[in-house]
Design a protein around this ligand. Sequence first.
Ligand SMILES: Cc1cc2nc3c(=O)[nH]c(=O)nc-3n(C[C@H](O)[C@H](O)[C@H](O)COP(=O)(O)O)c2cc1C
Length: 229
Amino acid sequence: MDRDDIDEVIDAFVDAAEYALDAGFEVPEIHAAHGYLLHEFLSPMSNGRDDEYGGDFEGRTKLLREVCEGVREVWPDEKPIFVRISATDWLPDRESWDVAQSARLASELAEIGVDFLDVSSGGIHPDQELPRTGPGYQAQYAETIREVLAEDGQTLSGDTLAAGSDEIAVGTVGGITEATHAEALVGNERADAVLLAREHLRDPYFTLHAGRELDAENAPEWPDQYKRA
Ligand SMILES: Cc1cc2nc3c(=O)[nH]c(=O)nc-3n(C[C@H](O)[C@H](O)[C@H](O)COP(=O)(O)O)c2cc1C
């Protein structure tokens, strides 16, 4: 990608955010994980550039930072912006992206006005050494990033997303299927929020069931039409 290609990509992210806003979405999530383009720039495994968008940490993170800055300019201050990252490339035996760099990135994204980091992992290289997967197997990454941010006072101080502030909330995803597990991850301060994918496919009413199971004050209501049943 030459300079023009890079500008085109940044503009495309900004345009996409504007379309999303027009369409009524509340949150854009910028995807910088799982081997997609922005991850390819972040990781020294894939970024072999010798210009200002490669090389050291600042160079490799420059495109993502510029995309986030561009989106923040058009996205309303009171609405949050999420970024998904792969916390580690799972390639410990070679120069690659790791949790320490993710924590440093989180801090810089917080300053740009990103509000929430959705922490996943892997996806850049077929040699990746998969960890033992299972319930909450990626929570360790969110927890470490949170701890580093806490040292700089950049973790969330309240229990709501403070859009546009210098704080950033850190979420975990992966193998979480039970309400009590999700609650424990947040309650034990391993993550500020929990994201679920496949469980919502298995049980589209997961959120309502979880709200009832946890006796949550702000549990969502069943649709009116279902109440008689
Ligand atoms: C069918 C399917 C498609 C997915 N597509 C994407 C995707 O496009 N982008 C992404 O970041 N994650 C994708 N994921 C990963 C999920 O977002 C999530 O991170 C992963 O499934 C782990 O969470 P879970 O155990 O709650 O499902 C996909 C997962 C599934 C099952």
